[in-house]
Design a protein around this ligand. Structure first.
Ligand code: DGJ
Length: 735
């Protein structure tokens, strides 16, 4: 039984394979958070101690208990204005101006059969998935919170969210509605977050949670953002890749988000995670409810690599649509860096013909095929083929591309509108803009008001028309600016604080309709690279373009950072031309291939321009990719870095530990260099593995504890791939 409820003790224990999540309603009906960590088979409330800390007020009904304060107790879903001066999970304004929310336990319900949060993506689950709903009431204000917990036992994952209902008689405005709050009362903590900027996304940073201070990781850009991914890890100071306690908090949401991590006066660490409260004000009329996005929680005692693998597995199995589970993805060539806006059908066909000769499987026509678009100043919204530029219709082009032997993919940026477009001339009111103010323009474009039904209907009809008319197997769904001027003509004054979230709900609903209508069209998410790389988008798009930085050396860091939360099979990664268009750096073609293979693998160059020798290398690369693609996409991924090494290394191991592929890329080559040395992980210690490049036969234990060694690296950014296969004639195989 994975959910245990002590009816008398009002203790709720949620057990996954290795973890226990626990909370308890106390004598004041306050729901205390007692534990999230390894399984203990114990009522963990024994750890809760109370003492009068001074300047910590007491609940009215606890007047004489000066030690009983919401300011110091670990809470499951903190309210506001009740003497807990730490971050609130929920803030609201009542009609009478009161801002207090005082949650008290009011009951629970066991759930079976996972439901998706209304209007939002969520972990899929099935009819057997077990869940728990805890009911909290704000007795004076009329709000009820339904805290939802869904268990994914085998994955060591819990999906948590909240639904807030107004059961009072007056309107209430929610001004903050986090998906969760969690207190860790003992021990200093480190936090890792994944930060960056355009073309340099998800760079990991680890820091101590400051005593008495608060850290905020956030996006207020109307998108999950290049700057801060909606994923953080809280860990013990001695946690490493290979060992130690760590907790992950991943918000399944693609809009404004906030993750707060603070340490209070008692040394207790609080995490909150949810929609960003800035600018958020959601009107709840009596009887209405608000659903927060789901947060995917996981915990491991075996270090960061193990935590990442929990996320990799759950995303592969329960976020990505079943249609794409284990699906082989085509090796594609994308036209963007091959020709930017400068193409016609003949040029594309030339690319296609050389691509097919080298073994590529799909041509993706990127930006510039519609309206009168020859640069980025116009035509977004006019999703009609520029036949004058192409020299034929999109249908004809798609058929001619198929005739070469390739599949065909198309770029779109549905949520945007150019001021210079027929769509804008017909419907200027469809763009987000504050009344009386010129809307902020970015990349010469405005943002559509996705909260409006007629906007979504227009996009659905137009995109469906394209997909029905031409032979299109893939769509690249781009999003090339941050959102501003979040004001919608379709909302009344007192609901303008809903516009940003309604924008996201609108995008999700359009994606939902399109993926239902065209389940076999694969959508690759994109936002100027990885500006919307999150579990919300992955629900609709099985892969996301990782970054506009295609330099292989830079990609090492970007893809490594991304791997903390997201599996390799979701990371769009391509071999591009050198000197690289973003950095000007030249990296060997072989190394570019090894790096792109730590992702979905494809090309971002004009294959017709390669030399004969390069073409041979590409052929070998593609054959090599096919040899290992299942292992790479479905295997268990491990970051292998040795401290202060001049190389970055990783490996994937097949689920049965029968084979493994190790990749090592040198980032700094030195004269009289040291021997590269990498200790492997995830192998069977008691079995013998054949190392293909040297012919050695070594035990899994030797490879994991003794490691593999290589001669010193020479040259610019050399890379090695080492394939290992478990020896077949082992007695265990024969049995
Ligand atoms: C940004 C994307 O990340 C690029 O790959 C390319 O599609 C451009 N947009 C096109 O405008």
């Amino acid at each position: 039984m994975s959910i245990r409820i002590g009816v008398q003790s009002r203790l709720f224990s949620l057990e996954t394979k290795h973890t226990l999540y626990q909370m308890k309603a106390d004598e004041m009906d306050v729901l205390l958070h007692t534990w999230y960590g390894p399984r203990t088979d114990t009522d963990m409330s024994y750890r809760i101690r109370t003492v009068n800390r001074g300047f910590c007020g007491n609940l009215f009904e606890a007047q004489n208990r000066v030690d009983y304060s919401l300011d110091t107790l670990p809470q499951e879903f903190s309210g506001n204005g009740t003497g807990d001066y730490r971050s609130a999970a929920l803030q609201a304004e009542s009609k009478n101006g009161s801002r207090s929310v005082d949650w008290r336990y009011a009951g629970y319900r066991l759930l079976k059969g996972k439901a998706k949060p209304a209007g939002l993506p969520g972990l899929r689950g099935n009819e057997d998935t077990e869940g728990l709903e805890i009911i909290l009431e704000d007795r004076a204000g009329g709000l009820t919170a339904y805290l939802l917990y869904w268990l994914f036992e085998e994955y060591d994952v819990i999906a948590r969210s909240a639904r807030i209902e107004n059961r009072g008689k007056e309107d209430v405005f929610l001004t903050k509605a986090a998906s969760l709050c969690m207190d860790f009362p003992y021990g200093r903590k480190d936090v890792m977050h994944f930060q960056g900027r355009h073309a340099m996304e998800r760079i990991p940073e680890r820091m101590k949670v400051p005593a008495g201070g608060r850290l905020a990781f956030e996006s207020r850009r109307g998108m999950s953002s290049h700057q801060n991914n909606p994923f953080i890890i809280l860990c013990d100071p001695d946690t490493t890749e290979r060992q130690g306690l760590c907790h992950g908090f991943m918000l399944m949401y693609s809009g404004n988000h906030l993750e707060e991590v603070s340490e209070d006066q008692t040394g207790s660490t609080r995490v909150t995670c949810g929609i960003h409260p800035e600018g958020f004000r959601w009107k709840l009329a009596p009887g209405e409810s608000f659903q927060t996005p789901e947060a995917i929680l996981s915990c491991s005692t075996e270090g960061l690599n193990a935590l990442s693998r929990n996320y990799h597995r759950i995303i592969r199995d329960e976020v990505i649509a079943p249609r794409w589970h284990g699906a082989k993805k085509p090796v594609l060539v994308n036209s963007w860096e091959a020709c930017y806006f400068d193409f016609d059908a003949e040029k594309l066909l030339k690319i296609a013909r050389s691509a097919v000769e080298l073994g590529m499987e799909m041509l993706v026509l990127d930006d510039g095929w519609f309206g009168h678009r020859d640069d980025d100043t116009n035509s977004l919204g006019d999703w009609f083929c520029n036949e004058t530029k192409l020299g034929c219709s999109l249908k004809e082009l798609s058929e001619r591309i198929h005739d070469t032997g390739l599949q065909f993919g198309l770029w779109l940026e549905p949520e945007m509108i150019s001021p210079d477009s027929d769509l804008y001339r017909a419907h200027p009111e469809w763009a987000l803009a504050d009344p009386g103010r010129g809307p902020m323009v970015a990349r010469h474009q405005l943002v559509l008001d996705m909260g409006r039904t007629e906007v979504r209907d227009y996009l659905f009809e137009t995109i469906s028309g394209l997909l029905r008319n031409a032979r299109i197997e893939y769509v690249k769904w781009d999003f090339n600016r941050s959102v501003a001027n979040i004001w919608s003509q379709s909302l009344p004054e007192d609901c303008q604080g809903e516009a940003a979230h309604r924008f996201m709900l609108g995008t999700y609903s359009l994606l939902e309709r399109l993926t239902e209508a065209f389940p076999d069209v694969m959508i690759e998410g994109c936002s100027g690279g990885g500006g919307r790389f999150d579990a919300g988008m992955l629900y609709y798009c099985p892969q996301i373009w990782c970054s506009d930085d295609t330099d292989a050396v830079e990609r090492l860091e970007i893809q490594k950072g991304t791997s903390y939360g997201y599996p390799i099979c979701t990371m769009g990664a391509h071999v591009s031309a050198c000197p690289n268009h973003q950095t000007g750096r030249t990296v060997p073609l072989e190394t570019r291939g090894v790096v792109a293979q730590a992702g979905t693998f494809g090309y971002e160059l004009d294959p017709a321009k390669l030399t004969e020798a390069e073409k041979e290398t590409v052929k070998t690369q593609i054959a090599g990719f096919h040899r290992f693609e299942e292992l790479i996409a479905q295997g268990d991924y491990y970051r292998l870095d040795e401290t202060e090494a001049d190389y970055i290394s990783w490996m994937t191991v097949s689920p049965d530990r029968g084979e493994a592929l190790v990749s090592i890329v040198a980032t700094h080559v030195r004269a009289n260099g040291l021997f590269p040395y990498v200790r492997l992980q995830g192998l069977d210690p008691d079995r013998i593995y054949f190392r293909e490049d040297t012919g050695e036969e070594l035990s899994g234990a030797a490879l994991m504890y003794g490691g593999i060694t290589l001669p010193p690296f020479t040259g610019d950014y050399p890379a090695r791939q080492i394939y290992l296969q478990r020896r077949q004639e082992d007695p265990a195989d024969e049995a």
